[in-house]
Design a protein around this ligand. Structure first.
Ligand code: AMP
Length: 113
C-alpha cells in the first residue's frame, strides 16, 4: 500500500533498524521503545490488522511466529518476553499494517489492560 509507513519501511523507502528479514517477514526496532528490547515483526504483504488474516495470507502469520523465537534468541531474551498485537480503535492500533511487538529485556508489568 503506497501510503503505509510499514510498507515503505519494508521497501527501504523509510530507514529502519532491521533485525530480521526473510521472504515473508521483516522485523525492526521500534522507534519509541517501551522496553530495553522492543521489536516490531511485520508481514511483507500488507495486512491491515488481525481482522485481515485469512486462509490466503495466514502463511505470513505462521512465518512471523517461526521468526519470533529466532529473533528472541538473537536478542538474548532467554528469561522471557511478551508478544503483543493491537487491533483497531479499542486495541489502540496506530499503524494499520499488522505488526507484532516483541517486548523484553526487563521484568514486564503484569497489567495489560
Ligand atoms: P501500534 O500502536 O500497535 O499500532 O504500534 C505502532 C508502533 O510503531 C509504535 O510502537 C510506534 O512507536 C512504532 N513506529 C511508528 N513509526 C515507526 C518507524 N518509522 N520506525 C519504527 N517504529 C515505528
Amino acid at each position: 500500500m503506497s501510503d503505509c509507513i510499514f510498507c515503505k519501511i519494508i521497501a527501504g523507502d523509510i530507514p529502519s533498524s532491521k533485525v530480521f528479514e526473510d521472504e515473508y517477514v521483516y522485523a525492526f526496532r521500534d522507534i519509541a521503545p517501551m522496553a530495553p528490547v522492543h521489536i516490531l515483526v511485520v508481514p511483507k504483504e500488507h495486512i491491515a490488522s488481525t481482522d485481515g488474516i485469512n486462509a490466503e495470507n495466514s502463511v505470513y502469520v505462521a512465518r512471523i511466529f517461526e521468526a519470533i523465537p529466532q529473533i528472541a534468541a538473537a536478542e538474548e531474551l532467554s528469561n522471557g518476553y511478551r508478544v503483543i498485537t493491537n487491533c483497531g480503535e479499542d486495541g489502540c492500533q496506530s499503524v494499520k499494517h499488522l505488526h507484532f511487538h516483541i517486548l523484553g529485556g526487563k521484568q514486564l508489568l503484569e497489567n495489560m489492560g
